[in-house]
Design a protein around this ligand. Structure first.
Ligand SMILES: Cc1cc2nc3c(=O)[nH]c(=O)nc-3n(C[C@H](O)[C@H](O)[C@H](O)COP(=O)(O)OP(=O)(O)OC[C@H]3O[C@@H](n4cnc5c(N)ncnc54)[C@H](O)[C@@H]3O)c2cc1C
Length: 451
């Protein structure tokens, strides 16, 4: 990045938006994919408005400078990790929010946290469902850019299902509006969906119109334990074949033990696996889920209509990744398979862990077939690192062999870049690159990651 470009940016941006102090920039280099080595950006821009983002992209286009969009940096794939000499654009200061209860929509800027959007909707008796476990620390912009999932997707869908409209700044600095505020809209290509999940490679999302729902009734929670994780996987397949719980989460014994070590909650680490299900309200669906897990061989089943107890258990599940990270360096998988193949996937992970003598605690949004085998190792041990990397590849191979995907919600980022081509194949990769070239011909947006 030339001094000339920096000078232009300094003139165009408001005071304090452009940062070159390496101590400050350092805090914006990493996301939460701890095995990804970030570059050193030349500058950080803390944008305050769409106009700021446009100014950055105009200058970057003119000078051929790479730009890395960044939300809250909680990504698990290295998507917002910095690039040498690039400009990192943080949206953390873009925080406008307006809820329109009559239209049941929220118009938001990308820097808001997911939890803040939920809280604002709740003030009107409304609900913004997408709920990544990181909902208290991740931004809505990051959620849109990764098409984030979470716990309630099994019944309520993922981020893209709640997007009515977007404002996006393109690589050349133009701001475009896609979609709008209507529930139905089939005018032209559904371009907003192209940007949702595009991981900062096609444009920077500067505003979104999000669909809200009425608040659901307090949940009833079903807890079930199993002798082993494959039996729990079979129970998930049986439940989802006929029922739609509002959440259906799995933790294996190692994940339960990791959480218990940090926050003891009375979870029994001697069990083989734990299933946590929630249904909306005290309806008969709770009994149906309990019946399913019993028929599938659960060793213990409990049903609670106490919302606080249910929330405590779900909070334990949300803590699993940081708790396992205390055991070593973690390569976080995000594989997803068709529902009937769930037992085969969890069995494959158990076999891969044994084959590579590597610990792989398993958690998952099981009702979606989306699992996070957490390949855990000592990064100071070269042999252990090589075994972990081989295990990481093998889990993705197993998912692909079962008709699945290498990423269900975290995105490709840099961590899974080389696996994407294997999943998509040459023709789809070519189409993907053609889309990228049409929207970002100079290749300045998040270059060198996966497209
Ligand atoms: C403990 C923990 C639990 C998690 N659980 C879940 C989970 O259950 N489900 C789930 O889906 N994820 C989960 N995540 C991953 C992460 O929180 C999500 O991917 C989240 O959507 C990232 O948001 P962010 O604001 O941190 O984005 P960042 O990490 O800053 O960026 C993510 C990607 O989006 C791009 N980007 C960010 N903002 C914009 C923008 N405005 N315009 C264009 N591109 C942009 C970046 O370039 C990058 O490619 C978890 C993470 C942690 C640490």
């Amino acid at each position: 990045m030339t001094d000339d470009a920096l000078r232009t940016l300094a003139v165009e941006l408001p005071d304090g938006a452009l940062v070159t102090d390496p101590d400050v920039v350092e805090g914006y280099r990493h996301d939460r994919a701890t095995t990804v080595r970030p570059g050193m950006p030349r500058a950080l821009v803390r944008a305050t408005s769409t106009a700021d983002v446009q100014a950055v992209l105009r200058v970057a286009s003119a000078h051929g400078i790479a730009v890395v969009p960044r939300g809250a940096g909680t990504g698990l794939s290295g998507g917002s990790s910095a690039i040498d000499g690039a400009i990192t654009v943080s949206t953390e200061r873009m925080r406008a929010l307006a809820v329109d209860p009559s239209a049941m929509v929220a118009v938001v800027q990308p820097g808001l946290l997911n939890a803040e959007v939920k809280a604002a909707a709740r003030e009107h008796g409304l609900w913004y469902p997408p709920d990544p476990s990181s909902f208290e620390i991740c931004s809505i912009g990051g959620n849109l850019a990764t098409n984030a999932g979470g716990l309630c997707c099994v019944k309520y869908g993922v981020t893209t299902d709640y997007v009515l409209g977007l404002e996006v700044v393109l690589a050349d600095g133009r701001a475009v509006r896609l979609g709008g505020r209507t529930i139905k809209d089939v005018a032209g290509y559904d371009l907003k969906r192209l940007f949702v999940g595009s991981e900062g490679t096609l444009g920077i999302i500067t505003e979104a119109t999000l669909r809200l729902r009425p608040l659901p009734p307090p949940a009833t929670t079903i807890v079930a334990t199993f002798d082993d994780v494959v039996a729990a996987g079979r129970a998930v397949t049986a439940i989802v074949a006929g029922l739609r719980p509002a959440a259906l989460e799995l933790m294996d014994a190692a994940a339960v033990a990791a959480v218990e070590a940090v926050r003891p909650m009375g979870l029994d680490p001697s069990i083989g696996a734990l299933l946590l299900a929630q249904v909306d309200g005290p309806a008969g669906e709770a009994a149906a889920v309990a019946g399913c897990v019993e028929a599938a061989g659960a060793t213990y089943v409990a049903v609670s209509d106490d919302p606080d107890e249910g929330e405590l258990l779900m909070a334990a599940r949300r803590m699993a990744i940081p708790c396992v990270e205390r055991l070593g360096t973690v390569l976080i998988e995000d594989v997803s398979v068709p529902i009937p193949r769930i037992p085969e996937l969890v069995a494959a992970v158990v076999a891969i862990a044994a084959r590579h003598a590597t610990a792989i605690p398993v958690i998952g949004h099981a009702g979606d077939g989306n699992f996070h085998p957490l390949v855990t190792f000592d990064a100071s041990d070269a042999d252990a690192t090589a075994r972990a990397e081989a295990a990481f590849d093998d889990v993705m191979d197993a998912a692909l062999a079962l008709g699945g995907t290498v990423t269900g919600e975290h995105g490709v980022g840099t961590l899974k870049a080389r696996h994407l081509a294997r999943q998509l194949g040459p023709d789809v990769m070519e189409v993907t690159r053609a889309v990228k070239a049409a929207l970002d011909p100079a290749g300045i947006l998040n270059p060198g990651k996966w497209v």
